[in-house]
Write a protein that binds this ligand. Structure first.
Ligand code: PLP
Length: 407
């Protein structure tokens, strides 16, 4: 033990977290993946468990992580350029694979340019550093992801330059815009596309309509930003995400390669100048090594699949399985939050029952995540269930059967 006093203090802090119900349980360790076979979808093995598990807590909505085209692309890139970049982007850490992925993201999102990051988390932090200024006011949905909240803190946004509107409440967004001081030059309205704990989505068409009423009031306008980490690739007729689903595209799109695209990394897609500002000013881009070429090549392959007939078939399968599961819940009289996204919350509204159901599912080989207070407000205790395109009808029916027995 080299830090006994620090360790003791940290133990006290972690104990306090546990007392507040905020401590994370030990992590389960996945030891293997079994590809789909016949009527059963993919299965996973877990350290210390002797059965196989269905994963209903993965963000890999199109089940691309094990796709042979992604693995082959990662393999070829690694063999061509190695496993690490050797430096940050501006010190010759930029490879053609980074550029190719940025061009691919721009094309996919319909934006003039894009920059890639190690994650969507660092993308949000970088964006706040790049487009914020002393005269910028930020407005966000009350249920925004932790990375957006943290981004505001990292960028040092003072409390007087921030507004929070009630979840998806357009009148409250208007109130926040009305409250912006006249000295402000730039307003940024930032929101999750899909709210990851609930599976509901931001009404981007309505947000754009409200913001456009205020654009002329500020020198640099009102800039809209969606973090569509759970939407991109998985939502909308062609997987373009919440913009496609809601029929309006914000000025800036943040996304991840780590969910529907099945890889790792994040991006910002926007105008050429916003992207250049990111390159010049976003510390989480500038001072850290970029993604490996393997990640970039795999992400490009994932977007190519998403943009092909195969992608449309995967999206159709995802919609079908999600619909089947949601209908099953309704048949069982179980409560959810309606919507077509593959995040399907099962509202249990009781901590002990949520924990018992999560354990009951696990005992039958089903991995889900339970959300209890203080992660969600008291009374909103739920089980987050995530469907993916590789789940079979038999998988969905099996899970429903267990839920029927557990309720
Ligand atoms: C809205 C949102 N933004 C960002 C992230 C983080 O994504 P990444 O793993 O790429 O950092 C998540 C995922 O948890 C998310 O839901």
């Amino acid at each position: 033990m080299t830090t006994p006093k620090l360790d003791q203090a940290l133990a006290g802090e972690i104990e306090a977290l546990a007392g507040e119900g905020r401590a994370k349980p030990p992590e389960r360790v996945i030891t293997g993946y079994l590809p789909p076979a016949g009527t059963r979808g993919p299965r996973y093995t877990i350290l210390g468990q002797d059965r196989e598990f269905i994963r209903l807590n993965s963000n890999s909505y199109l089940s691309l992580s094990q796709h042979p085209a992604l693995i082959a692309a990662a393999d070829a890139a690694t063999h061509a350029c190695g496993v690490g970049p050797g430096a940050v982007r501006f010190i010759d850490g930029t490879f053609s694979y980074h550029r190719d992925l940025e061009e691919r993201v721009a094309r996919f999102t319909g934006k003039p340019a894009a920059k890639i990051f190690n994650s969507a988390y660092t993308s949000n932090c970088g964006l706040a550093l790049a487009i914020g200024s002393a005269k910028t006011h930020w407005i966000g949905d009350q249920l925004n992801h932790n990375s957006i909240i943290r981004a505001m803190r990292i960028a040092g946004v003072p409390s007087g330059h921030k507004g929070i509107y009630r979840h998806n409440d357009m009148d409250d967004l208007r109130r926040c815009l009305d409250e912006v001081e006249d000295t402000i030059e730039r307003v940024v309205v930032i929101f999750d596309g899909i709210f990851s704990m609930r599976g509901d989505y931001a009404p981007i068409d309505r947000i754009e309509a409200v913001c456009s009423e205020y654009r002329d009031r500020f020198q640099d306008g009102v800039i809209t930003v969606v973090d569509d980490s759970h939407g991109i690739g998985a939502y909308g007729a062609t997987g373009r995400g919440t913009s496609e689903y809601s029929g309006a595209t914000p000025d800036i799109i943040v996304g991840t390669f780590g969910k529907a695209f099945g890889v790792n990394g994040g991006f910002i897609a926007a105008s050429e100048m916003v992207v250049e500002a990111v390159r010049q000013k976003a510390d989480t881009y500038i001072y850290t090594n970029p993604l490996s070429v393997a990640d970039c090549a795999a992400a490009c392959a994932a977007i190519d699949i998403c943009d092909s007939d195969e992608g449309l078939q995967l999206l159709a399968a995802l919609r079908e399985r999600t619909g089947r599961f949601r209908e099953g819940l309704t048949r069982l009289g179980l409560e959810s939050i309606p919507g077509p996204h593959p995040v399907v919350p099962l509202m249990v509204r009781d901590t002990a029952r949520t924990r018992a159901m999560v354990q009951g599912l696990f005992d039958k080989g089903v991995m889900v995540v339970g959300l209890t207070f203080p992660v969600v407000p008291k009374g909103d205790e739920s089980i987050r269930i995530q469907i993916n395109a590789a789940h079979t009808e038999a998988d969905i029916d099996y899970v429903l059967e267990i839920l029927a027995r557990l309720q």
